[in-house]
Design a protein around this ligand. Structure first.
Ligand code: NAD
Ligand code: MG
Length: 384
């Protein structure tokens, strides 16, 4: 039995992981489950899976959670620090599936203990990539990418011979606005932005997919996960989301991982690693798909991708600034306070205005993150 903890158990990734656990009851024993606000879903998950501990981030929900779980024998805790402690608990696999920079401290907490971490929370690597990879080296932890592109690359990357790799090519669906004009995007609604053509995901990452910021964050994520330099990273639009990413070798061979667009495949891969386990995903039928298309990304209609590329090249505090400003702008867009195109312009303005310090500690990251949030929030108010 593998002992598993899930940080962000109530989210889109968390729920998919629960589905896999339900179908493989004999393979997993559940340790700690965490959530932000949704006490009911957290309590149901903890009871169903007989978890040892359930933690809710919002301390105001502590009593409600306690009531829901009374008599179950499941321990209950609340608050951000309790989530970090939950992440540090003895476990064979920790799924990091909190959304946003809020996942950084909990993910680092698991890494410090040398755990095997299934990383869905890309924002933590974006804002603290060097710190995280150094901590991984120091503790002997292992990061298994859950993001579908990085999971695909992980499956075809020859880690024993990194010098034989020419480049990594991340595929992007292009999102719901792939064929929209800038004029049409200007008045795009949150409902239109979260309606992803191929994947069903949480609201934040769905908007990131619509702006292509998601692919930008993934470039930074790939840079930290794989031994490549910035010029070896490339992005290609692939509307069918069947080829999940590719690795090109120096002899011209291109290896790819393919599958139906269902996150339960990469989640199952990480959960079962180094074995494999069955996942109840629709089988890929290439004759039905019939056609696979590939196009260059449009950097004019999707400026977020270029901003992320620049932030990656700039290094230091730029990626954390990009990420924090994006989180603020996406939340404001989802709230109807700014327009769709304002997201990238707020990120761009924040990157221009914030002074870049170097990042050595998690406290440094939090300061950069907070400064960027203050600046971006101010920009949101001015646009509103
Ligand atoms: P989601 O919004 O559906 O779920 C987020 C989870 O994080 C919830 O359980 C929520 O309770 C928890 N959470 C939110 N804020 C928190 C806070 N401040 N403190 C503690 N917990 C908090 O998001 P999701 O779509 O499942 O995405 C989770 C992560 O996985 C993101 O980083 C996303 O980029 C990444 N990811 C998701 C998908 C996908 O298909 N959904 C694919 C690839 C990568
Ligand atoms: Mg992805």
């Amino acid at each position: 039995m593998k002992r598993i903890s899930i940080l962000g158990v109530t989210g889109s990734i968390g729920t998919s992981a629960l589905d896999l656990i339900a179908r493989n009851r004999d393979s997993f024993s559940c340790i700690a489950f965490t959530a932000n606000e949704n006490v009911e879903a957290l309590a149901v998950a903890a009871r169903t899976c007989h978890a040892k501990l359930a933690v809710i981030a919002n301390e105001a929900h502590y009593e409600v959670l306690k009531t829901h779980l009374s008599g179950s024998g499941i321990e209950v805790a609340a608050g951000a620090e309790a989530i970090e402690n939950a992440a540090a608990m003895e476990a064979d696999f920790v799924l990091s599936a909190i959304v946003g920079a809020a996942g950084l401290r909990p993910t680092l907490s698991a890494i410090k203990q040398g755990r095997t971490v299934g990383l869905a929370n890309k924002e933590s690597l974006v804002c603290a990539g060097d710190l995280m990879t150094e901590t991984v080296k120091a503790s002997g932890a292992r990061l298994l990418p859950v993001d579908s592109e990085h999971n695909a690359i992980f499956q075809v990357f020859d880690f024993d011979r990194p010098e034989t790799i020419a480049k990594i090519i991340l595929t992007a669906s292009g999102g719901p606005f792939r064929e929209w004009s800038l004029e049409a995007m200007r008045s795009a609604t949150p409902a239109q932005a979260v309606k992803h053509p191929n994947w069903s995901m949480g609201a934040k990452i769905s908007v990131d997919s619509a702006t292509l910021m998601n692919k930008g964050l993934e470039l930074i994520e790939a840079y930290h996960l794989f031994p490549v330099n910035v010029d070896q990273l490339d992005v290609i639009i692939h509307p069918q989301s069947v080829v999940h990413s590719m690795v090109e070798y120096i002899d011209g061979s291109v290896l790819a991982q393919l599958g139906s667009p269902d996150m339960r495949t990469p989640i199952a891969y990480a959960m079962a690693w180094p074995e494999r386990m069955a996942a109840p995903v629709p089988r890929l039928n290439l004759a039905d798909v019939a056609k696979l298309e590939f196009l260059k990304p449009d950097m004019v209609r999707f400026p977020a991708l270029g901003l992320a590329w620049e932030a990656l090249k700039a290094g230091g505090a730029a990626p954390a600034t990009l990420n924090a400003a994006n989180e603020v702008a996406v939340a404001a867009f989802l709230d109807g306070r700014i327009g769709f195109l304002d997201i990238a312009s707020i990120v761009s303005d924040t990157l221009d205005k914030i002074k870049f310090a170097s990042i050595l500690t998690v406290e440094d990251v939090m300061i950069v993150d907070e400064n960027a949030r203050v600046h971006a929030t101010d920009l949101v108010k001015r646009k509103h």
